[in-house]
Design a protein around this ligand. Sequence first.
Ligand code: GTP
Ligand code: MG
Length: 393
Amino acid sequence: MAYLFVGAGQAGCALVDSVFEVDRVSTLATPVAVNSTIRDLQNLSNVGQESWIGISQREGLVPGDEAGFEEKVSGGFGRDPKVADETASDLVGPLASAFAEQFGEGTPSFAFVFAGLGGGTGCGIAPHVAEAVTEFAGETTDVIGVAVLPNTSGDITRQNADDEETVSAGRQASNAVYGLDRLEAVVDGILLVDNQRLAYEEAAEGRFDDFNEYVAAGIRDLVSGPVLERIDPGTYEDFQPQTIDLQDVVTSLSVPDGTGYAAMGRSVVQTKSLPGYLVPFLGLGRQSVDGDTLAQLAISKRSVADLSPGLAKRAIGQIRAPAPYVSGDDYRIEISLVRSRLDSYCPEVNLGMMLTERNLASFTTLLTFEREDVDRIEQLESQAARYGPSTTV
Ligand SMILES: Nc1nc2c(ncn2[C@@H]2O[C@H](COP(=O)(O)OP(=O)(O)OP(=O)(O)O)[C@@H](O)[C@H]2O)c(=O)[nH]1
Ligand SMILES: [Mg+2]
């Protein structure tokens, strides 16, 4: 097992849950869900109780299979990241041991820490979760943060399993900056998932499933190479796979000034028209896929609002398509068109191509920025400053 995926708080755990929606991910990675409220953990579909770690001000860490888990892990942190931060800062050692136990033999080569940044738990504990991953796995294990930015276009009614409450945009922004400042100090790169990209109603009503699945599909694509589709590229003549692997991802997330911030974009187009499905003779209904359209579509669907792609420092991307689209002469996607679209935004581009047995061509890309070039973070900082001194939540 190569990777460790840890969710912190409700949004973080929900994202990990989405990644593991595809069963075969569990042949590659170990999931762990850390939260302060059992009700949110019970909503997970693909991360079982054996993979839960409860965290509580009074009880410390509580393994998911411990008797009385329900009573011990119910309080939350009053939605206050500072309380969560204080609690978790004393639990880095025990968290590291818990990750070791969850992971089993050996250490992961890469780890992901997922967290939503508008609330208390994810914001407060995610940096300590990342520290604990490093304590367990060692400095050579790269840790990538996946941070959900809250929608701060208005006050939002948050749905939790137990209740709902209205949280001001300013408070969410303040929490987010508090979390981001601490997280960036302890990870090798941050992938941003901005809820402001959702329609306001969706974010306000907590309808995150489609967005989570969009992000999860992109992450699966970047981490899995040929593994998830059980494809042996060697069986395809004249195909030279150029797979993007996690080392390439980590490299593309680093920027001269320190931690890079990336936006993800993903496009998917069908490679067969409807008649091709209905009359499945060889080649019938196959349609060509334009590399530039694939690239443009992915960038237009980037996971961060108010972002200028032209400020990106680096880009990485993976095309995944059926064999006739990655080799041969008839339908091969022109990778040079994908590349020149990305080249028009940034100076350093790394592309990979991989096979799929589905009738779909997809392109997943990460555009990496310096923090000060992400306008959306600046927006959160000024909303946080207007709200008042951070952590007076
Ligand atoms: N994209 C996405 N965002 C979510 C999801 N669940 C919650 N959020 C948002 O993520 C941010 C953090 O909220 P939660 O994850 O619920 O907070 P928490 O970390 O559990 O912290 P508490 O305040 O202690 O409950 C908020 O802006 C939520 O609107 C989710 O499944 N997907
Ligand atoms: Mg919560």
